[in-house]
Design a protein around this ligand. Structure first.
Ligand SMILES: [Zn+2]
Length: 329
């Protein structure tokens, strides 16, 4: 199946893998701290506010509120080091009439909204808000922003993308409109009134090991020498551990035995959730069964530390799986 390991274009990376304080409540849910880029409960989603139309209407024009403009799947940043450029009501006023603002929740205690800015006609359309920064894609943002702002940007882009792709009802073909502060859509055909919820596509990603070796593969389109962990989408009717064993078998012919959950990473390109695992191998002979991979090999820790193969980009959960395996020596 499709291998969707975390590949990003070359960018200036600042490590996001600093360990959080032990006392931080966000990370006490699981012994394996969840500090993957884009993850983290930095937004109080305040679900009860989504149905409070009066509160939302007041919040949108309130002086406290902040807006994350999203233009062509990009967010606005400014400064050095870069910070997310959050705008306030007077600044975004002219966009509010025709655009749908999406309530994300409370970020740093303030009502925060994503605001999809229409791309306009043609590739030459000028970017908005040039006085407030520059728009960059999420892969770049994840490599330069702090963890909380990367999380907010991922949330905003995931939802605005979903809205753009769900303008029509899948049952009757009528137009849909946003509801619940932009956290659902509903069919405008009253006889249908189907409610549509934001979509998240689960995908597994797994570091398979056998003694002092781990299994990595590469696709033809990847930069030369780069290898990554095995990944693929979960199929209907599968458990996560079933998907892990199937993907590993299809792509490499290796039989995965014990499968253990590691951590997860929102991956809104456009709507994946990467579910990271480790697994032990019960066989060693590699065969590229489904042709998804150009190559797959067993690598020792010493080989991985020597510079070949090139490891997955730091932004990705794939890299964290590899780093944690190296650290577990
Ligand atoms: Zn409908």
């Amino acid at each position: 199946m499709r291998l969707i390991g975390g590949l990003v274009p070359a960018a200036r990376f600042r490590t996001q893998h600093t360990k959080p304080k032990v006392a931080d409540f966000r990370y006490n849910l699981c012994p394996m701290n969840n500090h993957n880029v884009f993850a983290g409960a930095f937004v109080d989603r305040s679900g009860h506010r989504r149905e409070d139309a009066d509160w939302l209407a007041a919040a949108i024009v309130g002086s406290e509120s902040r807006f994350v403009p999203v233009w062509r799947d990009r967010c606005l940043i400014r400064g050095e080091p870069p910070r997310l450029s959050l705008l306030q009501h007077p600044h975004i006023d002219r966009y509010l009439g025709s655009q749908e603002s999406i309530f994300l929740g409370l970020f740093q205690g303030k009502p925060s909204f994503a605001l999809a800015i229409d791309a306009g006609a043609g590739e030459d359309a000028e970017a908005p808000f040039t006085d407030a920064g520059d728009f960059h894609d999420l892969r770049y943002l994840g490599s330069v922003l702090s963890g909380d702002e990367a999380n907010l940007a991922a949330h905003a882009i995931a939802l605005t993308t979903w809205h753009r792709l769900q303008k029509f009802c899948g049952l009757c073909g009528s137009r849909t409109r946003a509801e619940s502060g932009g956290n659902t859509r509903i069919c405008t055909n009253e006889a249908c009134a189907t409610q549509i919820f934001p979509r998240v596509d689960p995908a597994i990603i797994v570091l398979v090991s056998h003694g002092d070796k781990c299994l990595l593969g590469r696709q033809t389109t990847w930069p030369e020498g780069r290898y990554s962990t095995i990944a693929g989408f979960v199929e209907p009717g599968e458990s996560l551990e079933d998907a892990v064993r199937r993907e590993v078998s299809e792509e490499t012919n290796i039989r995965a035995g014990h499968v253990q959950y590691h951590s997860s990473q929102p991956w809104p390109f456009p709507s994946s959730l990467m579910l990271g695992f480790t697994a032990s191998a019960e066989s060693q002979d590699i065969k590229l069964n489904d042709g998804e991979l150009e190559d797959a090999q067993w690598f020792t820790r010493k080989e991985l530390q020597s510079g070949f193969p090139k490891l997955p980009y730091r932004l990705s959960i794939a890299r964290r799986l590899v780093d944690d395996w190296l650290d577990s020596e």
